[in-house]
Design a binder for this molecule. Sequence first.
Ligand SMILES: [Zn+2]
Length: 363
Amino acid sequence: MSSGSYKKEKEEESLERSGIEYLLRLNKKHSQLFQADALNREQYRALHPTEIGAMKCMDGRIHLPVITKTPLGIIQSWRNIGGRFNLGWYGYQASVWDWIHYSMSRGRNCLIIITDHYSRGSKHRGCRGFDYDEKAAQSFCRGLREQFDHVFGSNIIYTIQCSVETDEEALVFRSKDNGHFLNLAVFGGSVDDLRKELRDLYPDMPNTTLGDLLHLAIGNISHIVEIRKAKRSVAEAEHKEFILAIGRGYDWLHEINTALIVGPFDDNIAGVIKAAANIIKSNLDNGKISSHRGAVLMSSASFRESGPNQRLAEEKAKYLARMGLDVIRSKVPELLPHLHILTATMNMETRGLNVLDRSDSRS
Ligand SMILES: [Zn+2]
């Protein structure tokens, strides 16, 4: 081994020791990919004008841009434990409404995709947030889809329900009457056949939206073929999460079983933080997290413009960090000696993190 590669390996090893360094390195990689994708994004946007939003579980496997071969930054995602949301939550409704308002102001249709996930090979590779109960997850998503339809009730803002089968990363579109579905893992027809099947599922979907949904479906079918060719081993659901991530702007954090992401929307956010902190504590107790790495409490808020928009994001991230720490201090104090803290804002234009506070010292 050359001294250069030995040195590099040692450097990598030391980087691996810090959970914060791991996160910063991962974000840097994603930010570079995102910026390199700018031209693809522009071309895609010109051809496919529908604004696409996805409600999804924080599970790292549910990475829709990869699964549908869509440039990064086209699909706007909301992530929360188990993919649980409620339009009655004040912060959540404000955030969804902002996005819809923005889409309407640009004259674009909206497609909202409400997702659950399961594994065809093993129940325990399913959604931990629903105790691996596929039916319960689907039923929750149906309720959320109905809530969107009730509130927005227009074809211009079209909401669909879709499951992600994670072994082959296949999409399963579900009809609004709950009786029919289209599983892209077993679809074998032409593009015209696919368009017809989607039209049968969603008879009142506007043509433009249907065309853009068709493009996602074609991307997914091509992705499934690649997954099969690669004969990859399926990631087992060994949960070794060591990051408790609060807030928004985590598009870059899709590593499997690494982070518990708590969206800032839930009225019971303190209860969700407590539950997540307990899971990380038990991962530490069971030796699933190296003591070098420890646990990371990360808080993030996103912004698009400098000035007040960025400063508001900074205040939000700091507030969430304080709240997260307060909950852990009072409810799961055993986690404190293992805790590293990273507070940052996410620049949505570059997907890069601006670090506001970083503490490797343990309280
Ligand atoms: Zn899940």
